[in-house]
Structure formats: C-alpha cells, structure tokens
Design a binder for this molecule. Structure first.
Ligand SMILES: Nc1ncnc2c1ncn2[C@@H]1O[C@H](COP(=O)(O)OP(=O)(O)OP(=O)(O)O)[C@@H](O)[C@H]1O
Ligand SMILES: O=P(O)(O)OC[C@H]1O[C@H](OP(=O)(O)OP(=O)(O)O)[C@H](O)[C@@H]1O
Ligand SMILES: [Mg+2]
Length: 290
C-alpha cells in the first residue's frame, strides 16, 4: 500500500498538534519513549521529529511532509514547499514572536546599540541575518535553552521566543524589537508534491487541519424564531455565508442555524433572546471548511 510519511513535532507543539489532528478526524497515539506514534489511517506513517530538524528531513525526502514552526524552517534555510500556515502555538491560537530583549535596566534601547555586544539565542542564523541587514556587528552565541536567564550575567541581550510574554516578565526583560513572527507550518517535500497520490493526500490533510484550526474559535448556533421576530433576530446575526432559515411545521415560525465566532456568540446570545429567539442552542464544531 502507498504511504505518506508524516513528521509531527516533538516538544512544545506536540500536544497541540495531536489535539489539532484529533479535531481533523485523526487519532494519534504516542507511547512514552517511542518516536513512532500510531495513527488510525493505513495510508499514513507518522514519526516524531524535533521541530528544529523537521525541514531538513522534509527537504531530503526522508519524510514527505511535516508540521513545524516557520522559525525553524527559516533557521535551517531548507528548500521545501509550505502547504499551509496553521496558526496555533503551545498555549494559544496565535503567532509566536522571536524578540530581541535586554535586562530591564539596560542602557540598550534599540538594535543599533548592540554594536560589538554579546547576544545569546537558539536562532543563530536568523539573528545573524537580522543584525546584518541593520549593519550591526555583534557576537552571537548559540544558547542551549533557558536563554532568558543569561542576560545580564553572560550576555548583553537575547533573541528569544515569546508567546504569552510571561517568561520575559518573570525574568525582568524588556523587549526591544521583534526579529520574526512565526506560526506552525505544514510543509512538504518538492518530489512528494509532484506525486499525484501524495499531493492529494497532503492537500486533503491540509484542508482538514485548516478546518480544525478555524473551528476552534467558532461555534454553531441554532434557535427558533416566531415569524414576527424574524427580521429583528436576523439583524443581530452574522454568518459564515448567510444563516440557514427553515420554516417550522404548522407555520410556527422559523428555525435558524448559523456558524459564528464563539466570542460573538457569547455577546449576542442575550440579545437574540431579547429579540424574540427561543430554544437557543450552541454547540462546538470540529471542522469548518470554507
Ligand atoms: N510557547 C511556546 N514555546 C516554545 N515554542 C513554541 C511555543 N509556541 C509555539 N512554539 C513553537 O514550537 C516550536 C518548537 O519550539 P522549541 O524550538 O522551543 O522547541 P521545544 O519543543 O520547545 O523544545 P525545547 O524544550 O528544546 O525548547 C517552534 O517552532 C516554536 O515557534
Ligand atoms: O511567552 P511565554 O508564554 O512565556 O513563552 C515563551 C517561553 O516558552 C518557550 O519555552 P518552552 O516552554 O519551550 O520551554 P523550554 O525552556 O524548554 O524551551 C520559550 O523558549 C520561552 O521560554
Ligand atoms: Mg522550547
């Protein structure tokens, strides 16, 4: 049987990825110590790979496709195809930022003040390029992690990843500039993309992954509306396209169904009720394919 070889990120993104795949319709099981998870699709073979290494495995064709951060793809400089960007991080559905930061009381105010200074980062190549583009020559040293703790004892500044900002705050660091924004990307090998079977499989996965990401912030909403209140209720209601309106039996009004952002649902539900809607139900969604 033909198989698609798929790499999943080991580490920070692992849990969020498995959850995203679950919503996409795939059940992935990872047993402790094993780098070969199981998946309930005979046409896919999965393995866990460090996000830093993912794009090199994909570029070489050892795996056909994989999920990793745009940051590590750029750092490795790999020649791969980006199939789709999927905005989810470890904790939130947002992009993460690699930022240039200094100790709170440092005299360094901007990237220009870094001339001949020492900077620690895991993202050495991207940082080097960023500084070069700004004409700054600095001593960039590779950090094995816990980078926030290195300034000011070992270095003058750091380039480090921030999602919620709590690590920066906890370590008394001040953000000066954003070096790059990054989100998770579904990447593919160029040869695999030319193989019709593999490409279709990758495209199908991309569609389901994207659908699962979009669905995470959306909910479905159903309600009944007496004929006399229909117009008022519809005025309050956004929809992906247009809400579905079905007549109820015996002229008892209408059933309305729509999909909307959960935050919007939360604020308009009381208004819908006041506008005359009855039996309002809200339900979670697994996928929204636009
Ligand atoms: N809060 C987060 N912390 C770390 N990485 C995150 C976070 N959210 C998303 N990511 C993404 O996860 C990927 C992997 O992160 P990273 O390189 O830090 O490895 P890790 O899995 O956290 O392992 P390590 O313990 O070595 O840091 C990166 O592409 C990064 O952008
Ligand atoms: O802005 P925040 O939400 O605080 O997130 C940023 C922190 O998260 C990452 O660490 P991670 O959780 O990957 O642990 P690590 O130290 O093992 O990399 C990153 O290296 C930062 O330290
Ligand atoms: Mg990390």
């Amino acid at each position: 049987m033909k198989k698609l070889f798929l790499g999943l990120p080991k580490g920070s993104l692992q849990e969020a990825t498995v959850e995203m795949m679950k919503k996409s319709g795939y059940s992935v099981h990872i047993s402790p110590r094993s780098y070969y998870p199981t998946i309930d699709d005979d046409e896919i073979s999965v393995r866990l790979i460090r996000p830093q290494d993912m794009s090199r495995y994909v570029e070489k064709g050892i795996i056909d496709a994989g999920l990793t951060g745009a940051d590590w793809v750029k750092e490795a400089g790999s020649d791969i195809r980006v199939v789709v960007s999927l905005v989810y991080a470890k904790q939130q559905l947002t992009k993460v930022r690699w930022v240039l930061a200094v100790p709170e009381h440092s005299a360094i105010r901007s990237v220009g003040d870094l001339q001949n200074k020492k900077i620690a980062t895991e993202l050495v190549n991207v940082t080097r390029q960023y500084l070069a583009e700004r004409g700054v020559v600095a001593d960039i040293e590779f950090s094995h992690g816990a980078t926030e703790a290195k300034a000011p004892d070992l270095v003058d500044a750091i380039v480090e990843l921030t999602e919620t900002g709590s690590s920066m705050k906890a370590n008394n660091l001040r953000v000066i500039e954003t070096v790059m924004e990054s989100s998770t990307q579904f990447i593919a090998n160029h040869h695999a993309w030319k193989d019709e079977w593999k490409r279709t499989k990758i495209e199908n996965l991309a569609m389901l992954f994207e659908g699962a990401i979009i669905a995470r912030v959306k909910v479905g909403l159903k309600m009944n509306v007496p004929a006399g209140s229909l117009e008022q209720v519809l005025m309050k209601l956004p929809a992906l396209r247009k809400p579905t309106i079905s007549p109820l039996s015996e002229g008892a009004g209408y059933a309305i169904e729509t999909v909307l952002d959960e935050t919007v649902a939360r604020s308009i539900t009381p208004e819908l009720k006041r506008a005359g809607a009855e039996g309002i139900i809200e339900y979670p969604l697994n996928k929204v394919i636009l």
